[in-house]
Ligand binder design. Structure first.
Ligand SMILES: [Zn+2]
Ligand SMILES: [Zn+2]
Length: 428
């Protein structure tokens, strides 16, 4: 078989494996595991990779990370890293499928939490497992090496644990062989089978905010005998609304407090209030400025209420960036996977994905794959198809993904891997 004729074989193998991919996806969906707790997910992955007879299957990387190494039978120096994230979210599952999750993690820090794959990482994992089957089946024709990178804790580990893409790099997971390209994609509420791309920042820079306001604990009937941190916390949250006006209105920024942790009771003024949140910046250089202004707001507002405040910025993740050179190289491949009409520019978002750690280090690409009952309006914005399941964004309890689209993701991985190894998909 020559280079030009391998793609139909990849398609046939992807179709053949797709019932298994759907079964894996449904199983993973029903039994989701939170970040840094992906024990059974990792075992399922490793068992499958071992069954394929890969050259190496490395497990236990930065927690529950798994890397499979497939060395092709033809000479070639290129190394493609295909990455899937494997963790779930503390979100109830209301997507309405028979395999919906009823899992509750009783022991997770801050929990108990209902657990679900509300970000679709079950799809990513199953699609990459399917791609491993497809590529292992043509290993003799691969001019180079494929790394199947199953990454834990993409959604962020518990705050006092390490984890995620950077922890995998720190553990040397991709040192040998080092990739010449990293590739990842994310399922999104776009029309089924559409690939979305963007030159520049697809996702924003992110950090976790831990903002602690300290007062002095006292009986709820005698606030004057202590210091109440609650009004200060409220004032800080209100003040955050003014931070936007201190950053250029042309640079999207969000500051969200998603969780307020108080240690009081209806009749006790607690010692502290901790605000947990996240900052997202479309332009990475804005991050330092927003952090500085939030710190000023918190410390001075707290002082005005006779409290003190400390602000910590944790789990910083760089923006997901596609260079024009890499995207120019990748677009023909994407178009061969789904057709020219279904490869569309996508809008930037302030989500994050720490695949940026891999793409920044090794070069590569990141795109999106639509999985919902949607169509695009003339401006390229998705809207729900009448009579469909609706449009639900990632992290929403109703987020869903269409099983029939999974085979497209298998093909996407396989095409990108082969095209990079054979020198078709390389930047010039
Ligand atoms: Zn997510
Ligand atoms: Zn995600």
């Amino acid at each position: 078989m020559t280079d030009g004729t391998i793609h139909p074989g990849l398609d046939a193998a992807a179709t053949a494996v797709s019932p298994q991919v759907i079964a894996w996806r449904q199983h993973l969906h029903q039994y989701p595991e939170l970040s840094n707790r992906e024990v059974n997910t990792a075992r399922l992955i490793a068992d499958h990779l071992n069954s394929l007879g890969l050259d190496e299957v490395r497990t236990g990387i930065a927690g529950h990370g798994v890397v499979g190494v497939l060395r092709g039978g033809k000479p070639g120096d290129r190394v493609i890293a295909l990455r899937a994230d494997i963790d779930a979210l503390p979100v109830p599952d209301q997507c309405g499928v028979p395999f919906a999750s009823t899992v509750v993690d009783e022991n997770y820090p801050g929990g108990p939490f209902p657990v679900s794959h509300a970000c679709g990482h079950d799809c990513h994992t199953a699609m990459l497992m399917g791609a491993a089957t497809v590529l292992a089946g043509v290993r003799e024709q691969l001019p180079g090496t494929v790394l199947f990178v199953f990454q834990p804790a993409e959604e962020g580990p518990p705050v006092d644990e390490k984890g995620g893409a950077r922890a995998m790099l720190d553990a040397g997971a991709l040192d040998d062989p080092a990739p010449t390209m990293a590739f990842g994609f994310h399922v999104t509420p776009y029309p089924k089978g559409y690939i979305g791309y963007r030159v520049g920042n697809q996702f924003g820079a992110s950090c976790l905010v831990k903002l602690t306001i300290t007062g002095q604990q006292v009986h709820g009937s005698t606030p004057w005998m202590g210091i109440d941190p609650m009004p200060a916390a409220g004032a800080v949250m209100t003040g955050i609304g003014q931070l936007y006006r201190q950053i250029s209105a042309f640079d999207p920024v969000t500051v969200t407090i998603g969780h307020v942790e108080d240690v009081g009771r209806f009749n006790i003024i607690g010692q502290t209030v901790t605000l947990w949140g996240t900052i997202r910046c479309a332009v990475e250089n804005d991050m330092t400025e927003v952090q500085k202004r939030l710190d000023t707001l918190a410390t001075h507002t707290a002082q005005a209420y006779n409290c003190s405040a400390t602000v910590e910025f944790l789990q910083d993740v760089p923006a997901v960036h596609n260079s024009k050179a890499w995207l120019d190289a990748g677009l023909p491949t994407f178009q061969r996977v789904v057709g020219v009409d279904k490869v569309v520019p996508s809008i930037p978002t302030l989500g994050y994905d720490d695949v940026s750690e891999f793409v920044n280090k090794f070069g590569g690409l990141y795109v999106t794959l639509g999985v919902q009952d949607a169509e695009l309006d003339p401006n390229g914005m998705p809207f729900p198809v009448p009579g469909g399941r609706g449009l639900f964004v990632n992290h929403n309890p109703h987020f869903y993904a269409d099983d029939d689209t999974l085979v497209t993701g298998v093909r996407l991985h396989a095409y990108v891997a082969y095209d990079h190894l054979n020198g078709t998909l390389v930047p010039h």
